[in-house]
Ligand binder design. Structure first.
Ligand code: 5AD
Ligand code: SF4
Length: 439
């Protein structure tokens, strides 16, 4: 009788780069013969691919891993694996290894490609920890198991050299390194052949891709796609590296999404300096003005941190007025979280937790007011929408995304449109989406 297929439960926390790592982890597990389950109780291997960006991300993982002790008691052969950014920090990896003796394998972001080898080691030694960070090369040709069929993420560069003072990423992801343009182009060609219609290029600072991000976009834009149209988007862009050449490239392209995710972090020049962001509010606004001039329908999203060490009420009010001024399509907002080993962790934290929460709530109120009206600019227009599937709310037949990255809920009597591009006449703006009817 054939052996029963072993089942893996893989859970990824955090950003798209981590999700992309998760797809490679699943690809390697599939190549080892694992099947997959969404039920932890049915799994032979449980893997948590973790995030370190803020403290609550880490607390969640400690909770989740701790809760596995009961399962491990019932199933002593269960393999428990923790990997990713959180355990690339030596103090956290040590703590996890000591606190949870039932964890079999801990490995960091730099040795991801060694998973098969590490699992073999575990079968001999029972417990293994490897957070070696000496490997800086880009590893190509790992198997990838994607859960999606229309949209695929393609990392084009890894790591970060910017050392924003609050951020742990340069420590856990290492130095910036770019994939070869030919490797990126070949992967995208394969995805288009497989029927993917929307490609997102990923990088912590996607626009500092070497040798040239604008050039790479231009080469992708002219790729042939037998089945017709496709779309390419990218994230995250760093304002200090956002050139006019790149904006011109987007404006002149056929396929590049009219969307920029451009984290500003703060509306105060003093705070931006303390964050080591490398631009001023004025420089940021000037590049946004150029983008809006060249690409009038562009959508602009951002990240904001509230309660950075030393931030004053006046600094915070500068952030509020910046939000009113720029009127982002949406903003992802975070309360500052102290990360051990970063420069900001050494700065005196002058804002107490209560004030941070109050400012955070106040900012959400301001953003809510902007959101109410920001999408009205699309009402009456026709947007080109890639239909991602059935309506997400049940109120409309289908949902998809426009070239601007805007979520579009729409009706149509056609039945064969998921995975296709369609024109949708927009009749209403909601807070986070627009609605309409297929033309
Ligand atoms: N505290 C709060 N937010 C943070 N971010 C990064 N590091 C921290 C931190 N220590 C936010 C930034 C970044 C987004 C991905 O997470 O806004 O753009
Ligand atoms: Fe972190 Fe700054 Fe690098 Fe973004 S650019 S990953 S915020 S250090």
């Amino acid at each position: 009788m054939a052996d029963k297929t072993k089942l893996a439960f893989v859970r990824t926390f955090g950003c798209r780069a981590n999700v992309s790592d998760g797809e490679k982890i699943s690809g390697m597990l599939a190549a080892l013969g694992y099947g997959f389950t969404r039920d932890m109780n049915a799994a032979d291997l449980i893997l948590f691919n973790t995030c370190a960006i803020r403290e609550n991300a880490e607390l969640k993982v400690f909770g989740n891993v701790g809760a596995l002790i009961h399962l491990k008691r019932q199933k002593p052969d269960l393999l428990i694996v923790v990997c990713g950014c959180m355990v690339q920090q030596a103090h956290i990896a040590d703590k996890l290894f000591k606190t949870y003796p039932f964890v079999n394998l801990i490995f960091g972001t730099h040795v991801l490609h060694k998973l098969p080898e590490l699992l073999r080691e575990v079968s001999q030694k029972k417990r293994v920890m490897n957070i070696d960070d000496s490997i800086h090369s880009v590893i190509e040709d790992l198997p990838i198991r994607r859960d999606t069929s229309t949209h695929a993420d393609v990392p084009i560069m890894y790591g970060c050299d910017n050392y924003c003072t609050y951020c742990v990423v340069p420590y856990v992801r290492g130095r910036e390194r770019s994939r070869e343009p030919q490797d990126v182009l070949n992967e995208i060609r394969g995805l288009l052949r497989d029927g993917y219609r929307h490609i997102t290029l990923l990088g912590q600072n996607v626009n500092s891709y070497k040798p040239s991000f604008a050039e790479l976009l231009r080469e992708i834009d002219v790729l042939e796609c037998e089945r017709g149209e496709f779309r390419v988007s990218f994230m995250t862009s760093h304002p200090k590296d956002l050139t006019r050449e790149l904006i011109d490239t987007i404006a002149d392209s056929k396929r590049v999404s009219h969307h920029l995710h451009l984290p500003i972090q703060s509306g105060s020049n003093g705070v931006l300096r303390a964050m080591n962001r490398g631009y001023t509010v004025e420089e940021y606004k000037s590049i946004v003005a150029y983008a809006r001039e060249r690409i009038p329908d562009i959508s602009l999203t951002t990240d904001i941190i509230v309660g950075f060490p030393g931030e004053s009420r006046e600094d915070f009010e500068h952030t509020l007025s910046l939000l009113q001024d720029v009127r982002f399509d949406s903003a992802y907002t975070f309360i500052y979280s102290k990360r051990e080993g970063t420069r900001a962790a050494e700065m005196p934290d002058t804002v107490n937790d209560e004030t941070k929460s109050a400012w955070f709530t106040e900012m959400l109120g301001v953003l809510d007011g902007i959101c109410e009206t920001v999408y009205t600019r699309y009402v009456g227009k026709t947007l080109r929408v890639l239909c991602e599937g059935e309506g997400r709310t049940g109120q409309y037949a289908y949902s998809g995304r426009s070239r601007e990255g805007v979520l579009v809920d729409f009706d149509s009597d056609d039945t064969d449109i998921p995975g296709k591009f369609v024109n949708v006449k927009i009749d209403k703006a909601l807070k986070w989406a627009v609605t309409g009817i297929k033309e």
